[in-house]
Write a protein that binds this ligand. Structure first.
Ligand code: AMP
Ligand code: MG
Length: 342
């Protein structure tokens, strides 16, 4: 999978970092580390007056554990075990996996099914990662796969506090938590840093990130939303104790007859999202919520997507919407400026 860099973290650019370090109390320093997880790069930056090594290690361990449970590419993950389940059986799952799937189902409900972690049978029909002359699948294959899609066909049962089970109502169903897992992983890493006494820093996984606390000079962290059609950024966000996640059609896509198809599937049509939202950035108080909603609004489009965002307290969104001529229009939710201003 390609390394994805959806946001340029302005605060991490050498100049900005140096300035921050100089303004910090004498003993406060900036520490940064990057490791590969979940098919992307995860970077952790912290400001600390003492060695943050153990806290940063714990944060990376938390991300590794999240990947171990949630990746559909790891044969022993909860998700892979779930995807081998079939109908008429249920299995025990960890509390965390149960909770994320619960949150995914809730996001599916509020987004009228636009966010749906059961789209994997559809994803498998399309030529992601392939080259050469590509084609769309037959309509019959899409219709057949659609019978196995739907978050309402996931059965979650909490028998008691310790015994949590999942099952499917239809044979051949599978889940893919790619639309929410990175945000969740960022949140677990932030929790690990806080547990280790860190109060200021950024955790970023493939462009989805959380800004904890403030910079040493008291200002918010600044991050830039990447231009989905070219180099550089299109907006600068100032964030303190807030997350932002961006979904874009430029990250993983394929082209058939000159038309770009995104890695996000519209569960209602069974087709990849083909034109409309080039990028959607969602700001929320946790990264899991921001991640799931960024994927959801990419499916819903500007109008319905913004309607959803406006209904949700504490959530803001900025979209870059592509018109038929390829031009980009910026659309912002009503309190966007207030949430991301200095
Ligand atoms: P993101 O980059 O967060 O928008 O997530 C995109 C990933 O989520 C895709 O690569 C798929 O793994 C998965 N996905 C695709 N379509 C959907 C959808 N409609 N709802 C939830 N997850 C999806
Ligand atoms: Mg997402």
């Amino acid at each position: 999978m390609t390394v994805r860099l959806k946001l340029l973290i302005a605060a991490l650019l050498a100049g900005g970092v140096l300035a921050a370090a100089l303004l910090a109390p004498a003993s406060s320093r900036r520490y940064c580390a990057t490791r590969a997880f979940m098919g992307t790069e995860v970077s952790i930056t912290v400001i600390s007056s003492r060695d943050p090594g153990p806290a940063m290690d714990a944060a990376f361990k938390a991300i590794e554990a999240a990947e171990g449970r949630l990746s559909r590419f790891k044969p022993d993950s909860d998700v892979s075990r779930i995807n081998r389940l079939g109908i008429g059986r249920s299995m025990d799952i960890s509390r965390e996996t149960f909770r994320i799937i619960e949150k995914s189902i809730a996001t599916s409900r509020i987004s009228d099914g636009a966010f749906d972690v059961t789209v994997l049978p559809l994803i498998k029909l399309y030529p992601y990662g392939k080259e050469g002359k590509l084609a769309l699948p037959e309509r019959g294959a899409i219709d057949e796969a659609k019978k196995r899609i739907g978050s309402d066909k996931i059965v979650l049962t909490a028998l008691d506090d310790k015994k949590l089970e999942i099952g499917f109502k239809v044979d051949g169903m599978e889940v893919d938590l790619g639309g929410i897992a990175k945000g969740y992983a960022v949140d677990t890493a932030i929790a690990a840093l806080r547990h280790g006494g860190i109060t200021s820093g950024i955790v970023e996984a493939g462009g989805d990130l959380y800004c904890m606390g403030r910079r040493p000079d008291g200002s918010k962290w600044t991050v830039a939303v990447r231009n989905p059609r070219g180099p550089g950024g299109v907006a600068t966000l100032c964030l303190a104790n807030l997350a932002v996640a961006t979904s874009g059609d430029y990250e993983r896509f394929f082209v058939v007859d000159g038309r770009r198809y995104s890695h996000i599937i519209d569960p209602r049509t069974g087709m990849p999202v083909a034109r409309g939202v080039a990028s959607a950035s969602v700001v929320a108080s946790d990264c899991e919520t921001a991640d799931a909603l960024a994927t959801a609004v990419s499916v819903l489009g500007a109008e319905k997507g913004m309607e959803l965002i406006e209904r949700l307290p504490g959530v803001e969104c900025m979209m870059l919407v592509e018109d038929a001529g390829g031009g980009l229009t910026e659309v912002r939710s009503s309190s966007w400026e207030g949430a991301v201003g200095p």
